[in-house]
Design a protein around this ligand. Structure first.
Ligand SMILES: O=P(O)(O)OC[C@H]1O[C@](O)(CO)[C@@H](O)[C@@H]1O
Length: 452
């Protein structure tokens, strides 16, 4: 499924001390005990999601696909879209034959307009995902798409083409779905958005598109077999990152060596940033914890970021992510026109060269005294991706325990949202907008400038 190599965290002078395991063992045990207790008390639902049998969902999705839909537009943001995109992109377009998937994620008029031009609304499902049921980006785009759908197919048919995934009871989307008779799936209340990739949040759109959700869940189950040793393995990784954070390595680069892992790193960034960037510990004392996650893609960022990682401030922990199988490969042919200096590349495959580049970059970073680790996925198939997702959810939760913070809330994202609502006329949040100029934007460049 995957393997983990942490030699580069110890090999460098400023990295982890050889006594790391002895120093952190007790804290890891405590973190594990606390997390296990919270899981067994039902507080943290993400951990038991892989135990659910996906058969009903798979059967349902087959039934809906048989109705002939060509496209689905997944409307959601943050934890309500990143996990779906991560799996879909990692497993790749071969799986997408069943149904094309589009993401109405960012509130970008140009993107939404392009999606509307690409799809035939007569044969398109709208899959709207929001746990709170009130996220401004999601609900704004839903209104526009639903309106277009009603216009294209009529009200009654439009209501058969919307699937809503939201809290079982609370929120505006739940009320709307009930009122309009939309098909719905529940986001379990004890599963937070960024920990929801193995819940209906992602499993519904993935199953509709024909992806192997059974394989994804079984990979997730395998990352932790319940034994003390498997728990300790994940807690130790969490402790490594926390310990390095304490030593001044306040940035965590995840550098993935495959284009199709791009969205997986986006998913990781939200998971790590929202979970661990906190101003207070669990007793309310000020702490300001957090290790900033940074996305990088190899080999592209070797030609963009690595100069900084090598010679800039020594404040980064760098995690390499590789896949041992790329599902397809190409080999450099023997060619007389290849320059002499590059002739050693003849007969080498692109996967081989990419791997050499990852090894080379990691070795160079080690020589520059920079701590690195490497995750090698067996492939970007369902089991490896499921295992990787689950492992990082546990590592993040365990890091929260080690830091003694609540890794499952996100109070820091609320104020900006409220001010934006206030600026747009929300009666309760108007006062919060303070001296920010109200929005009177009518789409013209002049009104945009005037509103600043
Ligand atoms: O699923 P919802 O409620 O629309 O939330 C979307 C995202 O917004 C946040 O609440 C804040 O960014 C995330 O935690 C969440 O994943």
């Amino acid at each position: 499924m995957y393997s983990y190599d942490d030699a580069g965290l110890f090999d460098v002078e400023a990295g982890l001390s050889p006594d790391f395991d002895a120093q952190w063992s007790d804290r890891c045990q405590d973190a594990i005990a606390s997390l296990r207790r919270r899981i067994s008390e039902g507080e943290l639902g993400f951990a038991t999601l892989p135990e659910r049998d996906p058969l009903d969902l798979i059967t349902w999705a087959e039934g809906r696909r048989a109705e002939g839909w060509t496209d689905q537009i997944v409307i959601g943001i943050g934890g309500s879209s990143l996990g779906t995109r991560a799996v879909l992109e990692a497993m790749g377009p071969a799986w997408q034959a069943a149904m094309r998937t589009h993401f109405a994620e960012n509130l970008d008029p140009v993107t939404l307009h392009a999606i509307l031009r690409q799809v035939n609304l007569q044969t398109t499902l709208l899959v709207v995902v929001t746990k709170s049921g009130s996220t401004i980006e999601t609900m704004s785009q839903l209104w526009i798409l639903y309106d277009a759908l009603v216009e294209a197919v009529g009200q009654a048919q439009a209501d058969r083409q919307v699937i809503a995934i939201t809290d079982p009871e609370r929120g505006s989307l739940r009320s709307l779905a009930t009122e309009r008779g939309w098909e719905t799936f529940d986001v379990p209340p004890n599963v937070g958005g960024r920990f929801s990739v193995l819940s209906p949040v992602s499993l519904v759109p993935l199953a509709l598109a024909g992806y192997d959700i059974d394989g994804l869940l079984s990979g997730a189950r395998r990352c932790l077999d319940g034994s003390d040793a498997s728990w300790m393995q994940l807690a130790r990784i969490a402790a490594q990152h926390v310990a390095l954070g304490d030593q001044g390595y306040g940035q965590l680069v995840m550098m993935a060596y495959a284009d199709r892992l791009n969205a997986l790193v986006d998913w990781f960034r939200q998971l790590w940033a929202e979970s661990l960037g906190k101003a207070r510990d669990r007793n309310g004392a000020r702490v300001h914890t957090g290790i900033t996650p940074i996305k990088a893609i190899g080999a592209i960022d070797q030609h963009s970021q690595v100069q900084l990682y090598m010679e800039g401030p020594n404040d980064k922990q760098i995690i390499f992510v590789e896949t041992r199988s790329h599902s397809t490969d190409l080999t450099i042919p023997a060619s007389p026109s290849l320059p002499e200096a590059l002739s050693h590349l003849q007969g080498r495959s692109l996967a081989e060269i990419l791997h050499a580049e990852a090894l080379g970059t990691r070795a160079a970073l080690a020589r520059a005294g920079r701590p690195t680790a490497c995750w090698s996925l067996e492939s970007t198939g369902a089991a490896s991706v499921g295992g990787f997702l689950m492992a990082w959810m546990f590592i993040t939760a365990l890091a929260g325990e080690l830091l003694d913070i609540d890794a499952f809330d996100q109070p820091g994202v609320e104020l900006g949202k409220k001010i934006a609502h206030g600026l747009l006329g929300h009666p309760e949040h108007g006062a919060l907008a303070g001296d920010v100029a109200p929005v009177t934007f009518d789409g013209t460049p002049e009104s945009w400038a005037a509103g600043r």
